[in-house]
Design a binder for this molecule. Structure first.
Ligand code: KG4
Ligand code: ZN
Length: 342
C-alpha cells in the first residue's frame, strides 16, 4: 500500500510517501520546507505569513515528494492530511489542497490528528510493547498520553499554562537567542562545563511533586526573567549558564513526571514525541531513567520529531488498518482543533 500525506499545521510545509508491505513500513520520501528563516525576524510564527507561504509551497513540495518517491498519483492507495490541532490559517491550506487532490485523483483521504501523528513517529520501524506512556512535547502542547494499543490511548496530564517548547522559545527570546529557541538553547547548554566561571542559578521545578500528571512552565520562565535581571554582565557565559540551568530544570520535571506515570500505570514502554523530543539532553535523561526502571525506551529519529508529513503517513497507516476509507470521505473533512481522536 502507498500512502501520500500532507502536513501544514504550523510553519512547515511537508509532504511524504510511505510504502507498507505486510506490516513493514518504508518511507519513500519526506520533504519538509521550513519557514524558520521567514519568521525569525518576527521572533515567532506569524499565522497569516505562514499561511501565505504554505499556499506558495504546497504544490511544489507535494510534487517533490512524489518525484523523490518515484511514484505517480495513480500509484497512491490512501491520502492523509493533518486536520488539527494547529494554526487554523495554516491547517486550512493543507486540508483544502488534500481535498482537491483527493477529488481530482480519486483517492480516499483520511483526516489525521497532529498530536497522534507525533506519537505515531515512534511506531516507524518498531514493534511497541503495550501498554506504554508517551511524553508529547511540542511548541503548542505538553502532554502525557497512556497508550493501550496503536489506536487506543488517553491523555492523562497536560500543561496548565505554557507548553515546554513555548518555554524554550520564550526563554531564548529573553536571552536574545532568536527563534526557534529550543535548538538555540540546547546548543548553548551543550557548551556548559563545571569549569565555567559562573555562579549556580537556582531555578524552580514547578509541579514536580504534584499529585497528578500535569505540568507548568510559566513560573519557570518568570524565574529565569528574575534571575537574569540580577545579572549585570549578559555575556556569552551568562547565556550558556542560563540555557543550561533552564534546560536542566525543564528536563527534571518532564522526566520525573513521565517516570512517575510509567510506574503508576505499570507500562512496558516509555516513549517521547514532538519537537522538544529532538533535545539531546532530554532524550538521554529520559532514556537513562526509563532503562534504570526497566522500561523499554523509544524516541523517534530526530528528523521525525519536529513537524513533518512522514509521521502523518505513519499515523494514517495505523488508523486505516482496520477501516476502509470511502472515496468521497473528503466531503466530510474540515479543520479540527480538538486533540481527541474521533
Ligand atoms: O512539534 P513541533 O515541530 O511543532 C509543534 O507542533 O509545535 O515543535 C516545535 C517546538 C519549538 O518550540 C522548538 O523550539 C522546539 O520544538 N524544539 C526544541 C528542540 N528542537 C525543537 N526544543 C528543545 N530542544 C531542541 N533541540
Ligand atoms: Zn507538531
Amino acid at each position: 500500500m502507498i500512502i501520500f500525506a500532507l502536513e501544514t499545521s504550523c510553519d512547515e510545509t511537508s509532504a511524504a510517501v510511505l510504502e507498507s508491505s505486510r506490516g513493514d513500513l518504508k518511507l519513500l520520501s519526506n520533504v519538509v520546507s521550513s519557514q524558520i528563516d521567514i519568521h525569525k525576524r518576527y521572533g515567532g510564527v506569524v499565522p497569516e505569513v505562514a499561511a501565505r507561504h504554505h499556499i506558495v509551497n504546497i504544490i511544489p513540495v507535494a510534487a517533490e515528494a512524489l518525484s523523490k518517491a518515484k511514484i505517480k498519483p495513480a500509484d497512491i492507495d490512501l491520502m492523509a492530511v493533518t486536520t488539527g490541532p494547529g494554526l487554523v490559517t495554516s491547517l486550512i491550506i493543507g486540508v483544502e489542497t488534500a481535498k482537491a487532490l483527493s477529488y481530482a485523483w480519486k483517492k480516499p483521504l483520511l483526516p489525521v490528528n497532529h498530536m497522534y501523528s507525533h506519537i505515531a513517529a515512534n511506531f516507524y520501524g518498531a514493534k511497541i510493547a503495550f501498554p506504554a506512556v508517551c511524553l508529547v512535547v511540542s511548541g503548542g502542547h505538553t502532554e502525557l498520553v497512556h497508550l493501550q494499543s496503536y489506536r487506543r490511548f488517553k491523555k492523562i496530564g497536560q500543561t496548565v499554562d505554557d507548553a515546554a517548547g513555548e518555554a524554550f522559545d520564550k526563554v531564548a527570546k529573553l536571552l536574545n537567542l532568536g527563534y526557534p529557541g529550543g535548538p538555540a538553547i540546547s546548543k548553548l547548554a551543550d557548551k556548559f562545563t563545571d569549569r565555567l566561571q559562573f555562579p549556580k542559578i537556582e531555578l524552580p521545578r514547578p509541579m514536580i511533586n504534584s499529585n497528578n500528571y500535569d505540568f507548568s512552565f510559566s513560573g519557570l520562565k518568570t524565574a529565569v526573567l528574575y534571575a537574569a535581571d540580577k545579572i549585570k554582565n549578559k555575556d556569552e557565559d551568562f547565556q550558556i549558564a542560563m540555557s543550561h540551568y533552564f534546560q536542566q530544570a525543564a528536563i527534571d520535571v518532564l522526566v520525573a513526571k513521565t517516570i512517575k506515570a510509567a510506574n503508576k500505570l505499570n507500562v512496558k514502554t516509555v516513549m517521547m514525541a514532538g519537537g522538544v523530543a529532538a533535545n539531546r539532553k532530554l532524550r538521554q535523561a529520559l532514556s537513562l531513567e526509563a532503562e534504570n526502571a526497566s522500561f523499554r525506551f523509544l524516541a523517534p529519529e530526530i528528523g521525525l520529531c519536529t513537524d513533518n508529513a512522514a509521521m502523518v503517513a505513519i499515523a494514517a497507516y495505523y488508523l486505516s488498518e482496520k477501516k476502509k476509507v470511502p472515496l468521497d470521505n473528503f466531503k466530510k473533512i474540515a479543520t479540527d482543533c480538538n486533540w481527541e481522536l474521533k
